[in-house]
Design a protein around this ligand. Structure first.
Ligand code: BG6
Length: 518
């Protein structure tokens, strides 16, 4: 290790214990036969066990309709680990100990007797903590969230007052389909559990680089003082994916890019990048600031949507040289579908800090690159000296937070090209997670599951956050008003959305920056 690195290690300031304080508990996974369980939840729980992060004692109970024994479910999970674990080969000793804690309960989500059976399985565990500290993970379709909560309540597994024990519900997006349905769902859930017992997952918040946004802003003094309308020209947030909708056509037809990505992941990143400093690092103050920020995002009137929002749908094309079918030809997609697979939005935040600064967000499928990043574009220098001579060739400073892949942060500034002549060009200062910290990147679900077990709600979405984000998304949808897509709203797969998305910026002399080109 380089002496500087050793010194940096000594200067690490820990805000928590290396190991979270988590007590014995039972995790019940509803939707145990599903994709999320195999791909994300079990690999995450296995890694937490491997790293010694799980409670000293815990049980996992899978709940699903398919008839199978606990041994059969364990065998399926073992295969899932081979397929999806981030570290290979699977450590057999860790797996053996893990597998002994895994049980299975067959049942229909709507059948009250299935919950009696579940209560029987849990009731047979040896300690009061394992029987009463319960984390219910609802990896089910959202239409079943309330029935599961209700049945758990009826079976006396979910209590609003735990009398020294705790029960929590973890739910996955989509939290509703629009503001109205989100409110209904929230209302339903709070009939059986307090808001503090409901943990809404947005897996973007579990990403290391997304968590680093607040550290970057509030643990450094030089950037935050530039983080406002005086210094910032505009902000771009891009979350692009090379993949099309693949086998998820059925789900996507109900959702589209606005509901699938913008309402949740992009709004969360936006909130973290632009919110005010919270009064402390606790969950509620951070969530209060996010809500405040989202409530100051200007709602678009239906007549303004055409000028502020561009939507698109991919038609056939090539992504990195591979043929990609048109969205309308994907499995379970209506051949006349008008669902958007791309959306770009120009937003304004009507608060003191950001008044007048455009914030551009875009997300899409079948794009040229898979990349998520935030770009803070600073204002140009005054038009004297270098700027006067170089004109538009003199680039303004920009700071890019690369959320994934090639995680890191870079600052772009102008430097002199070495030599006897006088040439200027953009150069970069680059921080890369990989070279600074090595390749360790825990999966978002590891962090989120551990936090849910520990009862730390900081990285989960509060009811009012969800509702604010839906208000913004709904205001956009209202402008589309069920209007079919125009021919110029289609883009060939492998492009950055329809050309109109460029116009959103070029009309004010700006341009999208291609990710990975800081
Ligand atoms: C999910 C969306 O929430 O996020 C998917 O439903 C999308 O459509 C995925 O592909 C992207 O997540 P990540 O972590 O791969 O950026």
């Amino acid at each position: 290790m380089h002496p500087n690195e050793a010194m940096d290690e000594l200067m690490t300031c820990r805000l928590d214990q290396a190991r979270k304080a988590v007590g014995p508990c039972t995790l019940v996974i509803f939707g145990a036969s599903g994709d999320l369980t195999a791909r994300k939840l079990i690999p995450a729980l296995y890694h937490l066990s491997k790293d010694g992060q799980m409670p000293a004692d815990f049980r996992i109970v899978g709940f699903a309709r398919r008839a199978k024994s606990a041994a059969e479910w364990r065998a399926e999970l073992r295969e899932a680990l081979t397929a999806y674990s981030r570290s290979q080969p699977v450590d057999e000793a860790v797996w053996e100990t893990f597998a002994q804690r895994v049980d299975y309960c067959e049942g229909d989500l709507t059948d009250p007797t299935a919950y009696v059976k579940l209560a029987g399985v849990i009731g047979a565990f040896p300690t009061p903590e394992l029987r009463q500290n319960l984390l219910f993970y609802l990896a089910t379709s959202p239409s079943q969230f309330s029935v599961v909560a209700e049945q758990l309540h009826v079976a006396q597994l979910l209590h609003r007052d735990g009398h020294g024990y705790w029960q929590r519900l973890v739910i996955e997006k989509p939290f509703g389909h629009d503001l109205e349905t989100a409110r209904e769902l929230n209302h339903e859930l709070t009939r059986f559990a307090h808001e503090q017992q409901v943990f809404r997952i947005d897996h973007y918040l579990g990403k290391e680089t997304v968590q680093n946004i607040l550290t970057f802003r509030f643990a450094n003094s030089i950037f935050e003082r530039l983080w406002n309308r005086d210094a910032v020209d505009h902000i771009q947030i891009t979350v692009s994916e090379k993949i099309g909708v693949g086998s998820r056509g059925g789900y996507y037809e109900e959702s589209g890019a606005l509901r699938d990505m913008l309402q949740n992941h992009l709004m969360q990143v936006l909130a973290l990048v632009t919110m005010e400093p919270p009064v402390s690092l606790d969950a509620e103050p951070i969530r209060d600031e996010k809500v405040k920020l989202l409530s100051s995002v200007r709602r678009l009137q239906p007549g303004q949507v055409a000028d502020h929002v561009v939507r698109g749908q991919y038609c056939e094309g090539f992504v990195s040289g591979e043929a990609q079918a048109a969205y309308r030809d994907e499995l379970k997609v209506n051949p006349q579908s008008d669902v958007e697979t791309f959306v770009a939005v120009k937003l304004f935040i009507d608060n003191w800090r950001w008044a007048g600064v455009p914030i551009y967000l875009r997300t899409g499928k079948a794009m040229p690159l898979s990349a998520s990043e935030v770009r803070v574009q600073f204002k140009p220098t005054p038009n004297v000296l270098f700027a006067a001579q170089c004109g538009p060739l003199l680039d303004a400073n920009a700071l890019t937070l690369r959320l994934q892949p090639d995680e890191g942060i870079s600052l772009r500034f102008t430097g002199k090209v070495p030599g006897v002549g006088y040439g200027l060009r953009p150069v970069r200062m680059n921080f890369s997670y990989d070279s600074e910290f090595g390749a360790y990147t825990p999966e978002a679900y590891e962090r989120l599951l551990l936090d849910a077990i520990a009862g730390d709600a900081t990285l989960f979405i509060r009811r009012d956050e969800v509702e604010q984000a839906w208000e913004i998304a709904d205001s956009i949808r209202a402008g589309w008003d069920a209007r079919p897509l125009d021919p110029h709203e289609f883009y060939p797969a492998g492009n950055w959305g329809p050309h109109l998305a460029d116009t959103l910026l070029t009309q004010s002399g700006r341009a999208w920056r291609e990710p990975r080109n800081p």
